[in-house]
Write a protein that binds this ligand. Structure first.
Ligand code: SF4
Length: 290
C-alpha cells in the first residue's frame, strides 16, 4: 500500500469509518453507463466505499418487539444522514486537501427510473445510480450473502455504505476471497412469510467473484411486519430488511458459526423470536432460537 493510501486509511479510522475498500475504476468494466461511476466523474481513478457498522444493540428493541425507533435512528436514518455522511465528507475533504477531487455519493436505490434526458449525445440520462452493494464487493469489503444482502467478515449484514469517487490513484483493496456466508438452503426457514425460495437459486458474479443466492419475493418483504422497513428513498427500491427477523436469524447463525470478527460476550438471541404472519395474526413465538 502506498504511503498516501495508508495515511488516508488511518485518517478514515480516526473519523469513524469502520470499513474502507478501494476499487480501481477498471473493476467496473462491463457496468452499463446508467450505473457506472465514470458517468458521474469521467476522470475517476478509484471508487472508495466507506462503511459504518450498525451496532448489534441497535437491533435489540426490534428483536424484543418493544422498541423500533432505536434501529430506525441509529441503524438507518441517523446512521446514514448524520454519522456516515459526516465521516464521508471528512474523507472527501481530506482528499481535496491533498489536491485530489472527491465526489461524495449517497446510497440511492438503482431501481429508480431516470429523471431527465441526456444533456449531450452519448451520455446516460440523469440520475446515474451506482449499486453500492455491488461496489462494496468490487472494493474488497466482502460478498453478497445467500439472502441477497451484502455481508462483511467484520459485521455480517450490519453495515451501511457511502461512496467517494476520486481521481486519486489509491492502492486498491483486493477482492475478498473469504467465504463469510455458508449459503445454506436452510436459511429459507428464517422468513415466516415464505419470501425466501431456495428452490430458485442463482449465481451472481461480481468482479470474478461467484456467489450463490436464493430467490426472494420482495413484494412480500414490502408487506412484512417483522422488522422490515419500506425503502425511505424511493418506493421502487427494495425494502430495508436489515432488522427483519430473517436477517436477525441469519446474524445469529453467522455469529454462532464464528464467521464474524465482531464478537460479543453473550449470544444475541436467548428467547424465540416473535413473528407476524399477516396483518391480522397476533404475535407468536415462531422461530427457533438458532
Ligand atoms: S423481510 Fe420479511 S418477508 Fe422479507 S425475507 Fe425477511 S422476514 Fe421474509
Amino acid at each position: 500500500m502506498d504511503t498516501f493510501t495508508k495515511q488516508f486509511s488511518e485518517y478514515a479510522k480516526s473519523v469513524g469509518c469502520d470499513l474502507l475498500g478501494i476499487a480501481p475504476i477498471e473493476r467496473f468494466k462491463g457496468i452499463k453507463p446508467e450505473n457506472h461511476p465514470s458517468s458521474i466523474f469521467p476522470e475517476a481513478k478509484s471508487v472508495i466505499v466507506v462503511g459504518k457498522r450498525i451496532t448489534r444493540g441497535s437491533l435489540r428493541g426490534v428483536e424484543e418487539g418493544t422498541q423500533f425507533n432505536t434501529y430506525h435512528l441509529y441503524g438507518y436514518t441517523w446512521l446514514e444522514d448524520r454519522f456516515l455522511s459526516v465521516t464521508s465528507l471528512k474523507l472527501a475533504e481530506y482528499l481535496e486537501d491533498n489536491k485530489w477531487e472527491a465526489v461524495p455519493m449517497f446510497n440511492l436505490p438503482t431501481e429508480i427510473s431516470p429523471m431527465g434526458i441526456p444533456v449531450r449525445p452519448g451520455n446516460p440520462p440523469p440520475n446515474v445510480l451506482v449499486d453500492f452493494d455491488d461496489a462494496a464487493v468490487r472494493a474488497g469489503l466482502g460478498e453478497i450473502g445467500y439472502l441477497r444482502t451484502f455481508v462483511s467478515p467484520e459485521f455480517g449484514a450490519r453495515q451501511r455504505f457511502f461512496m467517494i469517487l476520486t481521481d486519486a490513484p489509491l492502492t486498491p483493496t483486493p477482492v475478498s476471497t473469504e467465504n463469510i456466508c455458508d449459503r445454506s438452503s436452510e436459511f429459507q426457514k428464517y422468513c415466516p412469510l415464505g419470501a425466501i425460495d431456495s428452490s430458485k437459486e442463482e449465481v451472481m458474479e461480481i468482479a470474478g467473484k461467484k456467489m450463490k443466492v436464493a430467490s426472494i419475493d420482495f413484494r412480500k418483504c414490502c408487506e412484512c411486519k417483522n422488522g422490515a422497513v419500506a425503502n425511505r428513498r424511493h418506493p421502487s427500491g427494495s425494502p430495508d430488511r436489515l432488522a427483519a427477523v430473517c436477517m436477525r436469524s441469519y446474524m445469529v447463525h453467522l455469529e454462532k458459526k464464528g464467521n464474524l470478527k465482531n464478537r460479543f460476550a453473550n449470544p444475541f438471541r436467548t428467547r424465540p423470536a416473535w413473528e407476524v404472519l399477516t396483518d391480522r395474526t397476533i404475535i407468536e413465538a415462531g422461530s427457533d432460537i438458532e
